[in-house]
Design a protein around this ligand. Structure first.
Ligand code: P6P
Length: 345
């Protein structure tokens, strides 16, 4: 006898059992050591996300959770207390995991090497612990961005030269969006999938599988306050979207939230180079490259405006690149303005 309620209940239960670590193993259809490692890595990311989400949800009530530390990081940016807390969370979560040998973070000039008295793994975690920290003190969305690469060769002098390779060396990437709900989005090269934290379970539960970015969308996301610092092709693109119907501007000042909107609704996010910062602001290894990995897996595109983002080889750990990322058609429209201008030079 067909019982819709019973079937719906069974579906809901199965879905609530699709945790992140199980989903990774399902994706790989394997229980090999590599598969188990990836599953365990994602599980540790989930734990870090839960610890950060918990602090963010009560930040206004905690001493010393909000505001600035008074220090400036390697990026030359003023450091927020939440930046330091989140950075330490990832170190604490991975230090005893036996999964990684290094952690490279926006907040640390050099990678953190797992101490010899801790189990050493063969992966490197690259991460931006709190992306968009200017939003933290005003209770707006922030994120964490992560990228996982395999250790290659011996990093004898601590210069981590083996990390200076293009984004196609990533074996997994994703982000956590700390918003009205906490959502973790990841890919291990088999599609893009989103998990929503169920606080009552303390688990990330599968909420969107095989996400595909729309081929075109109405949104363009850029800080137009920099308009007069851009090269002319970018100004021409902005004039175009101003004059044509069907475009709308959305900019939240936090890359993860702006990207998440584009991933689901389509459009394009841009952080171009400026006269003062021709390489732009966003860091390649732990901001642009992980998101470029995701967007390509979701059927979209990512470039510097001229070069495919995942092909860019960084010259340093904290190298920056301009970023144009989102729906295929919208990224290509931006690129066409740059290309047409280059032809006339
Ligand atoms: P602007 C946050 O500091 C960040 O790195 C990204 O999250 C965000 O997209 C960008 O900077 C915002 O920069 O110059 O527009 O304030």
């Amino acid at each position: 006898m067909f019982d819709a309620d019973n079937l719906a209940q069974k579906y809901a239960l199965d879905r609530d059992c699709t945790t992140l670590s199980r989903h990774v193993l399902q994706q790989l259809q394997s229980f090999s050591p590599d598969a188990q490692d990836l599953s365990a890595l994602m599980n540790r990311i989930a734990l870090a996300a839960k610890l950060i989400a918990r602090r963010l949800s009560r930040a206004g009530l905690l001493e010393d959770a909000l505001g600035f530390t008074g220090n400036v990081n390697v990026q030359g940016e003023s450091v927020k207390k939440m930046d330091i807390f989140a950075n330490e969370v990832f170190i604490s979560v991975f230090k005893q995991s036996g999964l990684v040998c290094r952690l490279a973070s926006e907040e640390m000039e050099k990678p953190y090497y797992i101490p010899e008295n801790c189990p050493i793994g063969r992966y490197t975690l690259l991460y931006d612990p709190i992306d968009g920290s200017s939003n933290v003190d005003i209770n707006l969305n922030v994120g964490s961005i992560f990228s996982i690469r395999q250790q290659e060769g011996i990093d004898i002098d601590g210069s981590a030269q083996d990390l200076l390779q293009n984004g196609r060396k990533q074996i997994a990437a994703g982000y956590v969006l700390y918003g009205p709900s906490t959502v973790l989005v990841y890919s291990i090269g088999k599609g893009v999938h989103a998990f929503t934290l169920d606080p009552s379970l303390g688990e990330f539960i599968l909420s969107h599988e095989n996400i595909q970015v729309p081929v075109h969308g109405p949104i363009y996301s850029v800080n137009e306050g920099n308009f007069w610092q851009w090269d002319e092709p970018l100004r021409d693109y902005i004039r175009y979207v101003h004059r044509h119907e069907g475009y709308t501007a959305r900019y939240g000042g936090a890359l993860v939230g702006d990207f998440h909107r584009i991933l689901f609704q389509g459009g394009v996010f841009l952080y171009p180079g400026t006269v003062k910062k021709p390489e732009g602001k966003l860091r390649l290894l732990y901001e642009s490259a992980p998101l470029a990995f995701l967007i390509e897996q979701a059927g979209g595109k990512a470039s510097t405006g001229e070069k495919v983002l995942l092909d860019v080889v960084p010259n340093a750990l904290h190298a920056r690149t301009p970023l144009v990322i989102g729906s295929k058609e919208d990224v290509e429209l931006v690129e066409s303005f740059i290309r047409d201008t280059l032809k006339t030079l």
